[in-house]
Design a protein around this ligand. Sequence first.
Ligand code: GLA
Length: 396
Amino acid sequence: MDLNKLIEKFEEIYGSGGEGIRAFQAPGRINLIGEHIDYNGGHVFPMALDMNNTIIARPNNSSFINMAVTSLPNRVSADIEKLESYKNLEWGNYQAGVAYMLKEAGYNIVGCDLLYHGEVPYGAGLSSSASIEVATAVCLASLGGAASLDMKEIAVLSQRAENEYVGMNCGIMDQFISALGEKDHALYLDCANLEYEKVPLELGEYTIVITNTNAAHKLTDSQYNTRRAECERALSIINENGGSYEYLCDIRIDELEKYEKYFNGDLSYKRARHCVTEETRVKAAVNVLKSGDLQSFGKLLNEANISMRDDYEATGQELDTVFDIALGIDGVVGSRMTGGGFGGCNISIVAKDKVEGFMKTMKEKYTKIIGYEPSFYFSDAGAGAGEIMIKEAKSN
Ligand code: GLA
């Protein structure tokens, strides 16, 4: 939906006239490599998509944040003085959580009318939630008069809303890339200190095909929290037996192997092995990408997928099927699941002139095995969150 149509829809809901309509957006993401290590002090390598969550917004001189969305009939009015009380909303809890965290952090929050519109497919593992959180944070902070935004703080407060308000114990990656993404770049992010480097995403004759398994994955949040707890257990076992590491990703593989005997077969050892080997793969992947060696980059993606499948056990039949099919298709240099896992999306690096064939074969084989079709998306590396200038959009 274009911006002018969204503004029309906004005025239908909240009334026309009055100055001060503004628009904000924040993107979803894919992660190229570095999975489930953001919360283990590791490096990740995500890029923002050019699919966004957009908010049309206008202050309303009340003490309520009124929210509507284009895809659902739901309407929410959140009292700014009672922001702690919207945790169980079916829709609107992420937004209320962000408002709550911003307020706690000292931001001025003003009453406003908001209309949300999401282009990031929901529940596909492309960080639609992070894009809602970050768009909300940028919107509310800006309406409240914040002159210039500290985007790292916006990311951290958005993550806090998801951890402490929604109850999903996610790491920082998704909110960070949504807030700070750079057009045509991926970010090489050190999650231990939030320092990052922008790496140009130059794939030459290749492109990224995003394959959505379309798997319904209801248990994602609890499985995610379980994996996170397993990593914490692994680190405790290591530190109780002579180690003194702050994060799993601080450990080298030869060091980790010395601790295996203390695990007594506990599966958290495999989780730790994924984290430790993944950290090495991310560093190698960034280096080979910088030197233009896409074959090696693809190989590291494949290895990362195998580690997520066998050691982290966070893929599932649908993602495993996409991976197996992808590796058999002509023109594919690498393939892996992306994001939290247990369903969601795969990314494959495919020669541009083989993309049609990729989609045809993937669709046929996947549908035959799984029983329903996958979906495909294409996206350049997009920019991070910000305000959209409405006048510019109107004159387009
Ligand atoms: C989800 C979380 C991120 C990250 C990924 C896995 O997307 O929100 O913090 O842990 O899973 O890499």
